[in-house]
Write a protein that binds this ligand. Structure first.
Ligand SMILES: [Zn+2]
Length: 206
């Protein structure tokens, strides 16, 4: 039985997504050493970010900077180890095949709006800290294609062609099997222009 179907086997990031991939990814959240080993055994290149507190509820804990993945990003990606692992699988096993199927082109670059940000959910002065406060989240806003198109959540989620809309929904749904929380424009107006992807405690897929 391939390891991606066995919940108690360690995650192998070079394998396809299987029945147990989501569970294996979730295990990484409570085991930083295993997470780093998992990244070290993959082709994903990262540099560890020294853990540090940056505010009352903010900081970098078990975070890495992605140096080289299957796709480049519009800016530096500094995220927790489990987010880096999930992103790597999402790029290769979800985005690439969905682009082939729906768009007949390849994704060449991802635009993101940020990872670390010391704030609470909604940006107010009360309430739970955002997963961004610990670099445990990333906001993805657009996809650059080899054929020159730029598929952006803000414009293409509701106004793209049928194929472009299907592409965005398929990669949203695919992200739900990898990340803990996936918030798209379907969630609320605050997410009209990006996918919020995190490895926090709350499981949401919308
Ligand atoms: Zn976000």
């Amino acid at each position: 039985m391939p390891t991606e179907h066995l919940p108690f086997k360690p995650l192998d990031l070079e394998r396809p997504i299987g029945l147990a991939t989501g569970i294996q990814l979730a295990h990484l959240k409570s085991d930083p050493d295993q997470c780093r080993n998992t990244l070290d055994r993959s082709a994903l290149e990262v540099r560890a970010i020294p853990s540090r507190r940056t505010g009352a509820f903010c900081g970098f804990i078990d975070a890495v900077q992605i140096l080289r993945s299957t796709l480049p990003y519009s800016g530096p990606v500094r995220v927790t180890c489990p987010v880096a692992a999930a992103l790597y699988l999402w790029e290769r096993e979800v985005i690439a095949p969905a682009a082939e199927t729906h768009l007949g082109s390849r994704v060449m670059r991802l635009d993101h709006l940020g990872t670390y940000s010391c704030r609470r959910i909604g940006g107010g002065t009360v309430g739970r800290p955002s997963e961004h406060a610990t670099a445990n989240a990333i906001d993805i806003s657009a996809f650059h294609l080899e054929d020159g198109r730029r598929i952006a959540l803000a414009s293409h989620w509701s106004k793209g062609t049928a194929a472009e809309r299907q592409f965005l929904r398929q990669i949203r749904d695919g992200a739900c099997g990898l990340f803990q929380a996936v918030l798209s424009p379907d969630y609320n107006a605050a997410h009209r222009d990006h996918f919020h992807l995190d490895m926090g405690r709350s499981a949401v897929c919308r």
